[in-house]
Ligand binder design. Sequence first.
Ligand SMILES: N[C@@H](CCC(=O)N[C@@H](CS)C(=O)NCC(=O)O)C(=O)O
Length: 242
Amino acid sequence: MKATSEPIFTSGFPLGSSAGLVTAFEWLGQPYRLTRVDMLGEMRTEAYKRLNGRVETPVLITDEGRVLTETIAIALWLEGRDTERRISFEPGTPQADRMHQYLAFLNTGFTGAFYPMWVALEAADATEGEKETLRKFGRSFVALRHEQLEAMIGDSDYLLGNEPTLADAVFAGVARWADFHQAIEPRDYPRIRALRQRIEADPAFRFALAVEDGKPGGGNGAMKGLVPLEDVLRNASRALAA
Ligand SMILES: N[C@@H](CCC(=O)N[C@@H](CS)C(=O)NCC(=O)O)C(=O)O
């Protein structure tokens, strides 16, 4: 894909986990652009499949025009650009290892726990009984992962100390799914609840949600503009054809 002036990141809606990494882009503060992706509509087109054959968000078009998918790959791309260590730690340090551990847990066990509940919602051909079974297992997976995360969290304001990092961003993008699915009782996990409240009050996260809702405003100025998805897809297919 043709080189762009700024990287372009997807904001998947409704309720995309990408809101977490949008928050990270804001915290990082380097110029970037966003493209909104309707995950129930235009994400399911052939054109989008050329961007991500697994038909998912998030996707990053790097400043060199490369297409990068998968939350962890994009988080590590951000880490590589975070030379001022605003949202990450010097690679090779114990804190960096611990942040990677959180990222991996959040992107696998924690995120994956919600999948049965999404399937119950979206599986058009499932019977009511099958859906109830999925919801039952989903609730117990989500509760288990919350218990485990609650036990991992210390006394600091954020997952890795008193400043937010990529791990907090990825956490926030997904943790809100618990409300949507009414999967757990938030009061049972006071550290997770406090962390969520802290991040959800943060202007960067609020900006990410505003973009999701189609009303971008209130960002810190790092986001240099919204790019229509059709432009992103057109440029991507030109690059693939070249
Ligand atoms: N392994 C992928 C999973 C991403 C993922 O689950 N994306 C969801 C949205 S948050 C998605 O696009 N789901 C497809 C759908 O909604 O049909 C990653 O970590 O980036």
